[in-house]
Ligand binder design. Structure first.
Ligand code: S3P
Length: 165
């Protein structure tokens, strides 16, 4: 079984993914961590040096590989759904769950974040709103299930995911 988590930065993909993998006794992978391992540097540094398009190329290769490997739980980067081929690979090769959170909730979680290059702007809330407007339809297109994270504890989220698998 392969379970894939998609959603905006700060939606809890890695945290939920790790707990879910533990519960299912499956290995956990995080596409951002795999990308950093491959690049040998932080995503933010790579973005600064090479630009977003170069990062998306690496991301696509890593996602293609990770979705063909052994079963497991995969947390993806927030922009992974931007490329149609990624959406197709993720949808065909796993059960995809969209962890949905509002831009306001994401902002509360990420206001002090310095890791995410796309949020290093004067008005991160406006940026999150714009990214959300662009991506929410793409997450929905890629996902088999949408899970609203608002007001849900980790154990509630895990329970709801387990019911869908
Ligand atoms: C990105 C989200 C990040 C990371 C990169 C780009 C995005 O992952 O892949 O900084 O485009 O939203 P998280 O969703 O884990 O923050």
């Amino acid at each position: 079984m392969r379970v894939v988590l998609v959603g905006m930065p700060g939606s809890g993909k890695s945290t939920v993914g790790r707990s879910l993998a533990h519960r299912l006794q499956l290995p956990f992978a995080d596409s951002d961590a795999a990308i950093e391992q491959r690049l040998g540097c932080a995503i933010r540094d790579y973005f600064d040096r090479e630009g977003e398009a170069a990062f998306r190329d690496v991301e696509q290769t890593v996602i293609d590989e990770l979705t063909q490997g052994p079963p497991g739980v995969l947390a993806t980067g927030g922009g992974a759904v931007l490329w149609p081929l990624n959406r197709q690979h993720l949808h065909e090769r796993g059960t995809v769950i969209y962890l949905r959170s509002s831009p306001e909730t994401l902002f509360r979680r990420l206001r002090h974040d310095t890791k995410r290059p796309l949020l290093q702007v004067d008005d991160p809330l406006a940026r999150l709103r714009a990214l959300y407007a662009e991506r929410d339809p793409l997450y929905r297109q890629c996902a088999h299930f949408v899970l609203d994270t608002h007001g849900s504890s980790m154990s509630m989220l895990l329970g709801r995911i387990m019911m869908q698998l």
